[in-house]
Design a binder for this molecule. Structure first.
Ligand code: NPW
Ligand code: ADP
Ligand code: K
Length: 509
């Protein structure tokens, strides 16, 4: 499990060490770690160190200090180094070390931003050390100008120091221009803003460098399940299992206009190991399901007549069939774990419960929040994904999963997850229906198994968020495997899932 923290949490964990005079030691650890990561990345790209050039963009705070010390290390390895100081002042010891190592220093002004952007653009490596956890808002003035120009032109490898400057370490929000990094080297613990969009988009690969504060870190602001977590949490049928003991998922989905969504959701659920899928809905949709997935048991019954362990509602529903909408409401009212997608979202009661997992994309989340009185459009949700999903979970008291390049899950209590195993090829029609099927299948199988989660450090009351995150992770892994670098259709996500499941669930912990 990857744990991520707010900038404030990291600074509080650092404080006792800073108070005892260890600040310089922490900075040395950070700088050495960053220089090492830059060297490893350069080598992996086939560059020689000796004679390569590095430009460090250094702000006046400790983030700039880290950057200057790291560049001094790189100068010691034979690289040609230039520091672009963002203001007249710089971290004194960092600057002195940099000068001693033979680095060249230039100072940014309003007048020379273009010239220095061109200079930095010619370097093999740019270290972005303008702003870190001490930033208040986005980049301003000449720094903003420099970064805009550099981002727009060609440049070498970009290594961000702690966070890409201008990305809020707590939220991932970007209040101005940001130089997208290839690698972000972050200190003491991953920052939450590096795992949530748009910050995750700017961060590139995230490398965490331990600096000795790790034991003092509190409960993380955000977590990411890894393959070993899936291995521990995924169900395995007991030797004497039967289809009912393995979990039955009820599906209320599809409509004459969108029958395919119900098929894709059922296929996702079947591929995710559920003992049985029971479909209840209109005959014309049921007919298509019988043809496409004969394993599914179809009926036209009510929710009360259908014995299941969990429900999936809403995929492909357009609100035109009142019987179906009644089934949606009844499923949610049943108190059973329920994944509510697409067409079910507009008819959800305002206040729900944690075992209800809402799965909106950004547009649907904006609509949901508007209905609950918040003044947010899709763009605003995309600009502050973490805040939006947190707000939705707080208002609805449901578990909320926000789909996107990084998928965020918020429980109504304190747990948050960000999963990002997927590929942009997953942005294809029907992909979300498959995700709903996978999550529904997991709710039916592991929802009742409290002990499984407790053993993995997950509070049983918070397990619904973990189950949603497991679903997003499997969906991402399966999508990446099925795409194999090329285009993907949604049905192939389900086809790839059993093999992906088999691979991760045999990992030892
Ligand atoms: N503590 C330690 O020993 C360790 C810390 N570590 C490192 O320190 C980093 C945090 O350092 P930090 O606290 O000095 O803040 P930092 O991010 O450099 O920026 C603040 C400076 O920028 C300015 N400024 C603010 N906003 C601005 C804006 N929008 N646009 C322009 N300027 C802006 C602000 O000046 P002001 O505006 O207040 O005059 C202030 O001077 C952390 O990310 C990690 O890399 C590690 O080495 C481990 C050990
Ligand atoms: N750029 C992307 N990178 C990775 N995954 C993505 C990307 N865009 C979308 N996805 C994933 O694809 C799925 C799309 O779901 P959704 O928007 O509901 O599509 P649909 O309604 O067509 O089924 C979600 O799981 C989402 O996280
Ligand atoms: K930075």
């Amino acid at each position: 499990m990857i744990s991520a923290y707010t900038g404030t949490q990291i600074r509080e964990a650092e404080k006792p060490l800073l108070d005892s005079g260890m600040g310089a030691v922490l900075m040395q650890r950070a700088a050495r770690g960053m220089a090492g990561a830059a060297i490893a990345e350069l080598r992996s790209r086939g560059h020689r160190l000796y004679g390569s050039s590095v430009a460090v963009l250094a702000g006046k705070g400790n983030n700039g200090g880290d950057g200057l010390f790291a560049a001094a290390h790189l100068a010691g390895r034979g690289m040609r180094t230039t520091a672009v100081l963002a203001s007249d002042t710089a971290h004194p010891d960092g600057l002195a070390a940099f000068r001693r190592a033979g680095g060249r220093v230039v100072t940014l002004t309003d007048a020379n931003a273009g010239e220095l952007a061109a200079l930095a653009g010619r370097a093999d490596v740019v270290i972005d050390a303008l702003l870190g956890t001490g930033a208040q808002g986005g980049l301003r003035g000449a720094s903003a100008d420099l970064v805009s120009r550099l981002a727009a032109g060609s440049h070498g490898l970009v290594v961000a120091c702690d966070v890409p400057s201008g990305v809020d370490a707590d939220t991932g929000e970007a209040g101005g221009p940001v130089l997208p990094a290839d690698v972000t080297v972050t200190f003491g613990g991953a920052k939450a803003g590096l795992l949530a969009d748009p910050g995750a988009d700017f961060a590139g690969r995230v490398v965490v460098v331990p600096i000795g504060i790790e034991d003092a870190l509190p409960w993380p602001a955000l977590r990411r399940l890894e393959a070993a977590d899936l291995a521990a949490l995924l169900p395995r049928p007991a030797r004497r299992a039967h289809k009912y003991s393995r979990g039955v998922l009820g599906v209320v989905a599809g409509s004459p206009a969108y029958p395919g969504a119900a098929v894709l959701a059922c296929r996702g659920a079947l591929a995710a190991g559920v003992g049985m899928v029971r479909y209840v809905g209109p005959p014309e949709v049921a007919d298509l399901i019988r043809h496409s997935c004969p394993e599914v048991v179809c009926s036209t019954g009510t929710v009360a007549e259908t014995h299941v362990q969990a429900w999936l509602v809403g995929a492909g529903m357009d609100g035109s069939d009142e019987d179906e909408m009644q089934r949606v409401r009844d499923a949610v009212d049943s108190g059973l774990p329920t994944v509510a997608d697409a067409g079910a979202l507009p008819v959800m009661p305002d206040v729900l419960a944690p075992q209800v997992v809402l799965t909106p994309h950004a547009g649907e989340l904006a609509t949901l929040l508007q209905r609950l009185g918040a003044d947010l459009d899709r763009g605003a949700v995309e600009a502050s994904t973490l805040a939006a999903v947190r707000r939705a979970a707080g208002l609805t008291e449901a578990t909320v999963l926000l789909k996107g390049a990084s998928t965020l899950v918020a429980s109504p209590y304190q747990d948050f997850y960000s999963q990002s195993e997927g590929t942009p090829w997953l942005a294809t029609a029907g992909s979300g229906d498959v995700l709903a099927g996978i999550i529904g299948a997991l709710l039916a199988q592991v929802g009742p198994d409290v002990g499984r989660f407790r053993e993995r450090g997950i509070d049983p009351d918070e397990r619904w968020a973990a189950i949603a995150a497991m679903g997003a992770s499997l969906h991402g892994h399966a999508g990446a495997a099925a795409a194999a670098g090329g285009p993907l259709t949604a049905g192939r996500i389900s086809d790839a899932l059993p093999e992906v499941w088999g691979k991760v669930s045999t990992l030892s912990n």
